[in-house]
Design a protein around this ligand. Structure first.
Ligand SMILES: Cc1ncc(COP(=O)(O)OP(=O)(O)O)c(N)n1
Ligand SMILES: Cc1nc(C(=O)O)sc1CCOP(=O)(O)O
Ligand SMILES: [Mg+2]
Length: 198
């Protein structure tokens, strides 16, 4: 499966209701600190919305719920991998994306044969506190050399004007959060992203 080049991430299914009709075809739901019943309801609605819009839904962190709700993809970071049952995820046929930040994490990710690997933060991010300094776009080139056919996602401080440089450096997909969610006109920003990622 060839994944779309634009990969927005949202923290509530309400964003998917707004953005999927604009043509987003790959999206992550990244929900933190919510009770199981809310999570389940959010994921179930996101699954149905993505199905209706022929879009790929990636569930961040909550791999058990993703399996239970018949979602097709999960994204796991290194700490998530410490707890996750990757065999169960694979046996159920889910796609798997993995975050990486350094060479050791990349080795671990490659051994799992994931369906994409993310490198970040490419630029400083304001979304969350991270122990990692900005990686810079040159590192995308180095990562892509080691990934071969596995799609490479650039994440962290990405915006419309930085995307072209990330693609040129080797990213296959660019992911963004606050460039959209904090924009005065999120729908307009999504349209700009879709235009440059055609
Ligand atoms: C596409 C993508 N890349 C990286 C991450 C970060 O995952 P993780 O390190 O597990 O951190 P949290 O997002 O769970 O805080 C991601 N979610 N998506
Ligand atoms: C969720 C996340 N993971 C990262 C990583 O490097 O693994 S950077 C990041 C935040 C991305 O948000 P924004 O586009 O607003 O910078
Ligand atoms: Mg995580």
């Amino acid at each position: 499966m060839i994944l779309p080049r634009f990969y927005p991430i949202f923290d509530d299914v309400a964003w998917l209701r707004r953005m999927l009709p604009l043509g987003v075809k790959l999206v992550q739901l990244r929900i933190k600190d919510q009770p199981q019943d809310i999570l389940r309801a959010q994921l179930a609605e996101a699954r149905d919305l993505c199905h209706a819009h022929d879009a790929v839904l990636v569930v961040n962190d909550h791999w058990q719920l993703a399996i239970e709700l018949d979602c097709a993809w999960v994204h796991l970071g290194q700490e998530d991998l410490d707890e996750a049952d990757v065999n169960a995820i694979r046996e159920k046929g889910l796609g798997l994306g993995v975050s990486t930040h350094d060479k050791a994490e990349l080795r671990r990710a490659l051994a799992l044969k994931p369906d994409y690997i993310a490198l970040g933060p490419i630029y400083p991010t304001i979304l969350k506190k991270m122990e990692w300094h900005a990686q810079g776009i040159e590192k995308l080139t180095h990562w892509k050399e080691q990934l071969g056919d596995i799609p490479l996602v650039a994440i962290g401080g990405m915006n419309v004007s930085r995307a072209e440089g990330a693609f040129a450096a080797g990213a296959d997909i660019v992911s963004a959060v606050t460039d959209i969610t904090l924009n005065q006109n999120p729908e307009g920003r999504i349209r700009e992203w879709l235009e440059i990622c055609k």
